[in-house]
Design a protein around this ligand. Structure first.
Ligand code: FAD
Ligand code: NAP
Length: 546
């Protein structure tokens, strides 16, 4: 007898659905599959549930979307009973929530942890996906759902000499579970993206000296984080159905103030007062002060100027403040950071900033690192250098579709998908929050629920119709890719060297990876396609050409 993964005699464990990833996406997908009476299994490289919140345990890690929005909405009892303590939940609390969900819905019994999928291939004759793990097991299913996340492959700190460094080094995205005590140490942080901006103020509290190495400054807006008040939570919970419904059809998947006027249509006084008002609210509200912040460079520059002035007000040393002011990309075109005391940290005597823009890191040395200008010594280094985003987790797996076609080859010039849900030539394979879906430009919880529900509705439809093969049509895919790029070109996003365009990875194709046409609009499109019998997909049953 073979066990579920055929460890004994290499027989395969066979399921209706094999899901890769046990973060928010994979967990909900499993729950939905069970509801449809489908046999499903989840595979994850991690030792427990949580995905992002399992791996990213660096000090200061927390969500940048309000906790009341950044949570599942699919179960009324769950959302009523769970209590968030802060406006932006810290990572340990989000992880407790994930663990609670896993227990509440008894998910772990169908999740195989410490299981890394290295290859997946579609067997046309059997209409099965075979997934291979790093230990040589094979898991098979009619459908393969890749819930591998958009930010789950940390970028390797590929610096010469790293192996010679005498002290410990860390990547924010692979933080040790036991935590790190920096007390009394000289510490370097490389990077100034969201992970760095969250962790720098915390590391500075412990380190003897903290040196931040900045290649590009980022815009950050204040979180004004605080404990959630009983009254505000009660109000939201009493109206949670309507609250969630608003998020579902909104531009960005959460309850926030949307813009109603162009930045050109307001007087200077009104512009400043509106920006001040939104600044006082904090978070992403600032990004939507005017309807054209993301599309009109002149309006964007007004907001950018305002944000730069705030940096100058918060940082005592004018030279440091100037270094921290972003000047090479429009406001919000790199992921806007939401900060707690980030800029004030540079006023501390034990914190310094090194500008890498003219003198990049040349190598890591046994004692620290050297830029093209100078050598520095440290006891520990923290790399907050980001991820091989969006396509990285998918292309990490050697995926072969119909006729042995390789996804890596198909996507050599950038991803090609239909709705970020399916790929032509790869039947019965779905991607949750895949490239060319709104994903990272939204509250990901909303995006995840929308995708998982769309996929599970589709699987239910297939089951009811006695079908078992679905594949995106080439033409529908071509049109979607074109539409994606056209919409992106109406915005300022492509102007920044961000991970949204793959600019953070050498050699990565420069295209726009997420869909920027708005979450509510995207949902309407997906719903219409489903209502029309999955227009743009070819449906069939095994033995018959789809
Ligand atoms: P993930 O949580 O990334 O889970 C994917 C899982 O797949 C991982 O556990 C991984 O181990 C597993 N996996 C991947 N490849 C393989 C493989 N080959 N074999 C086996 N297992 C594999 N989004 C927001 O909307 N708001 C926020 O505030 C926010 N904060 C964030 C903070 C950080 C530090 C980061 C990195 C991201 C943040 N995000 C945020 C985005 C976040 O990734 C999503 O909100 C969400 O958690 C993604 O869930 P997921 O299940 O889709 O993917
Ligand atoms: P990131 O935004 O990609 O930032 C990486 C930083 O490292 C950048 O400042 C980058 O500089 C720098 N860097 C990369 N390689 C470098 C090198 N060789 N030398 C010097 N500097 C280098 O990554 P992240 O901060 O981990 O965030 C990734 C995404 O995860 C975020 O955008 C967000 O979506 C999500 N996230 C959210 C939160 C939250 O607030 N809830 C927290 C963390 C992460 P350049 O800009 O010059 O490339």
């Amino acid at each position: 007898m073979a066990d579920q993964a055929g460890n004994e005699n290499r027989e395969e464990a066979q399921f209706d659905v094999v899901i890769v990833g046990a973060g928010f996406s994979g967990m909900y997908m499993l729950h939905k599959c069970r509801g449809l009476g489908l046999r499903a299994v989840v595979l994850d490289a991690a030792s427990d549930v949580g995905g992002t919140w399992y791996w990213n345990r660096y000090p200061g890690a927390r969500c940048d979307i309000h906790s009341m929005d950044y949570s599942y909405s699919f179960d009324e009892d769950l959302q009523q009973e769970w209590e968030w303590s802060e406006r932006y939940s810290p990572q340990p609390e989000i992880l407790s929530y994930v663990e609670h969900v896993a227990e509440r819905f008894d998910l772990r019994r169908d999740i195989r942890f410490d299981t890394t999928v290295v290859a997946a291939s579609y067997d046309e004759d059997a209409n099965l996906w075979h997934l291979e793990t790093s230990t040589g097991e094979t898991w098979s299913g009619t459908y393969c759902v890749l819930a591998v996340g958009c930010l789950s492959v940390p970028q390797k700190p590929d610096f010469d000499g790293l192996d010679q460094f005498k002290g410990p080094w860390y990547h924010t995205g692979l933080w040790p579970h036991e935590g790190v005590d920096f007390t009394g140490l000289d510490v370097a942080v490389v990077g100034t993206g969201s992970s760095a901006i969250q962790s720098i103020p915390q590391i500075a509290k412990q380190a003897r000296h903290l040196t931040v190495f900045q290649r590009t400054p980022n815009f950050a807006v204040p979180a004004w984080n605080r404990k959630l008040g009983e009254e505000e939570v009660r109000e939201i919970k009493e109206n949670y159905t309507a609250y969630r419904e608003y998020a579902r059809w909104s531009e960005s998947g959460y309850n926030g103030e949307e813009a109603h006027e162009s930045g050109h249509d307001v007087s200077e006084n009104r512009r400043i007062s509106e920006l001040e008002r939104r600044w006082a609210v904090g978070g992403f509200t600032v990004l939507s002060t005017f309807s054209d912040v993301g599309s009109d460079l002149e309006v964007n520059e007004m907001v950018a100027d305002f944000a730069r002035d705030k940096i100058r007000q918060r940082v005592d040393d004018p030279e440091v403040a100037e270094l921290l002011c972003p000047k090479n990309h429009p406001f919000g075109t790199k992921r806007l950071c939401v900060d707690i005391d980030y800029y004030e940290t540079y006023n501390l005597p034990n914190v310094s900033l090194v500008n890498l823009s003219d003198a990049p890191i040349e190598a890591i040395t046994p004692d620290g690192l050297k830029t093209t200008e100078k050598a520095y010594s440290f006891d520990a280094i923290v790399f907050a250098i980001g991820f091989d985003a969006m396509t990285g987790p998918l292309l990490n797996i050697d995926i072969k579709g119909r006729g042995g076609q390789s996804l890596r080859e198909k996507w050599v010039d950038g991803p090609q998908t239909y709705l970020g849900l399916g790929v032509a030539g790869f039947p019965n394979m779905f991607t949750v929050t895949g490239p060319q879906s709104p994903s990272v430009l939204t509250n990901m919880m909303s995006a995840i629920e929308q995708h998982v529900e769309w996929i599970s509705d589709c699987l239910g439809y297939m089951k009811d119709q006695n079908l078992d093969c679905i594949e995106a049509a080439e033409e529908a895919e071509r049109d979607w890719v074109k539409h994606n790029l056209e919409v992106a070109d109406t915005t300022l996003y492509p102007q920044a060297d961000s991970w949204y365009v793959g600019a953070n990875m050498e050699g990565k194709p420069r295209v726009f990876y997420p869909y920027v046409g708005g979450f509510g609009e995207y949902r309407k499109k997906c719903d219409a396609i489903a209502a029309e019998g999955y227009r743009g997909f070819e449906l069939g049953s095994a033995g018959q050409q789809a």
